[in-house]
Design a protein around this ligand. Sequence first.
Ligand SMILES: [Fe+2]
Ligand SMILES: [Fe+2]
Length: 149
Amino acid sequence: MYRNNTNQFFRVLAGLERDPQVRRMEQYTQHKGNPTLRHCHNVAVTSFRMAQRLGWRIDESAMARGALLHDFHLYTREKKDWKHLFRHPRLALRNAEALFSLSQKEKNIITSHMWPLTVLSVPRSKEAFLVTLADKYCAVCEMRGRRNF
Ligand SMILES: [Fe+2]
Ligand SMILES: [Fe+2]
């Protein structure tokens, strides 16, 4: 069974989490008041664990970067703002691209994370597919009060 490089994954993740611009996600919340930065961390860790569990070889750096920045939209959603569900992946990408130079794979991880809701933004890699799954799984857990993964 293939083992991905855990050190590489967490090194990239921790590096991004120290970035003051990325840390702005701490000021916003989602899923019952969970800080967005925490949610993004949870999604990153969960998607990496899924890859390990499945024995899927993934790009550790792309997964860490794409997953951590997937909700980099920098606002707290208003309760009835349904458009947010469709719009925020593009906003997250725009903010992320202003700070980092992203690979096609990393861009697709961000823009496709709401798939299948965003019908045309399809996950095009194992990494992107796992992040869409982990995002939904973490959202449910966080709604039920779980904060840390
Ligand atoms: Fe999202
Ligand atoms: Fe999310």
